[in-house]
Ligand binder design. Structure first.
Ligand SMILES: NC(=O)c1ccc[n+]([C@@H]2O[C@H](COP(=O)([O-])OP(=O)(O)OC[C@H]3O[C@@H](n4cnc5c(N)ncnc54)[C@H](OP(=O)(O)O)[C@@H]3O)[C@@H](O)[C@H]2O)c1
Length: 371
């Protein structure tokens, strides 16, 4: 009798959870219509920014004039010279994976500003700012980089630009190069003489990973299509596997670390070519799933990890001032140089994102902001 009651309660609870999750799922998927831009005060000084006033495809992107914001004491105003495009920009644009909406806005983005990676010149600083001064050339990550200005707190993801790089080169670095650095240094702990395989070697993250792994003293095998073989060799790869001809998981070579940006091979197959004490770093997944998106592979790695001898390391890269400074050091020593595939202007941001969405980018896509 009592058992039947407990079963009934459990069934009731399960049904409630299923209905709640289903309702949340439906609510999360709904795209609110684009809000019209608020009117700008007559005579107000402003700057140009690419905005998304809803979730959708590139055709919802608008170029608008925003008022130059007042700075709080800890904020820095940067005039943007160049920005770069990352897969995360398309995730924010579409609001996918839907999980992202829990933080970014359920049916429409909380902030309409677009873009993250930037390089520019500090124009003004808040009264308490000590780390930066007007005239400093900086690079980093800020909300709204596809614009003439960004504002960000002085601490966090901003540092002095590498002295030997142009603004567009510096803008091409933050998210992708930090991801490569944290994958190789923090997750794979790459040491001189170890053999590292980079899957997705010709893309934004991969093009930096090849160079950084070489700078760390590793032997590097780059996996890319044949058309990019010459590029990754020029970046420093010792061996190149053309994925259209050969499956790297079926070869005889064992790698200390596999850094995977593509997610096109099963974790078991990748472990077959990872040394028993090696590391598999799950960075991304080029196949888009609207619920989990690029998070699927890292989450899978997390679940499998306790049952294998190798380390399965999901990566969620964090942009920090310290790592931007580390990367500036690599660039200034001549060990890291961005490869720029295509350049766009501020009015061409939708084209830039469309270009990225093809999934065929070589190195990075840059948006130059006219000065
Ligand atoms: N975990 C994190 O914190 C984090 C941070 C940044 C990025 N990511 C993720 O990492 C992934 C890569 O980012 P990204 O900026 O490098 O993207 P990307 O620049 O758009 O990558 C494009 C490159 O992927 C290559 N590619 C496509 N299919 C391939 C395959 N089957 N095998 C090998 N290469 C292939 C393409 O080369 P071909 O034209 O030769 O095929 C192209 O060069 C994305 O999923 C992104 O969301 C994760």
């Amino acid at each position: 009798m009592q058992q039947r009651l407990i079963l009934k309660i459990l069934a009731g609870l399960t049904a409630t959870v299923v209905i709640a999750v289903g309702a949340l799922a439906l609510m999360t998927r709904y795209n609110a219509p684009c809000e019209p831009a608020p009117p700008t005060a007559a005579g107000a000084s402003g700057f140009t920014a690419n905005l998304q006033r809803c979730y959708g495809d590139v055709d919802i992107v608008t170029l608008e004039t925003l008022p130059v914001p007042e700075l709080t004491p800890s904020e820095v105003l940067v005039r943007v010279h160049a920005a770069s495009v990352n897969p995360l920009d398309k995730h924010f644009l579409h609001g996918t994976p839907y999980l992202l909406r829990l933080a970014n806005g359920l049916n429409a983005p909380k902030s309409p500003r677009m873009g993250a990676d930037f390089a520019g010149t500090v124009e003004a600083v808040g009264t308490d700012v000590t780390l930066f001064a007007p005239g400093d050339e900086v690079y980093g990550v800020a909300n709204g980089a596809f614009a003439e200005y960004v504002v960000r707190n002085e601490t966090g993801g901003m540092a002095l630009k590498p002295a030997n790089l142009s603004f567009e080169q510096a803008a091409a670095m933050p998210v992708a190069a930090i991801t490569a650095l944290q994958a190789l240094r923090d997750k794979a702990n790459v040491q001189p003489g170890q053999h590292v395989l980079i899957n997705g070697a010709s893309g934004g993250v991969g093009s930096y990973a090849v160079q950084l792994a070489k700078a760390m003293g590793a032997t590097v095998t780059a996996v890319c299509s044949g058309r990019n073989a010459e590029l990754v060799r020029a970046l420093g790869a010792d061996h190149v596997i053309d994925y259209t001809q050969e499956d790297y998981t079926e070869g005889n070579t064992r790698y200390h670390a596999i850094v995977d940006m593509v997610g096109n091979r099963s974790i078991s197959a990748m472990l077959d070519v990872t040394e028993p004490d090696g590391v598999l770093v799950a960075v991304g997944n080029m196949k888009m799933n609207n619920w989990w998106g690029p998070l699927a592979r890292p989450l899978h790695a997390l679940v499998r990890s306790p049952f294998v001898s190798q380390s399965l390391e999901p990566l969620m890269a964090m942009t920090t001032a310290e790592d931007l400074t580390v990367l500036a050091g690599y660039a200034e020593r001549g060990e890291l140089e961005p490869f720029i595939d295509r350049r766009f202007t501020l009015t061409e941001v939708p084209d830039a994102i469309r270009y990225l969405e093809r999934g065929r980018t070589r190195g990075k896509i840059v948006v130059n902001v006219a000065q």
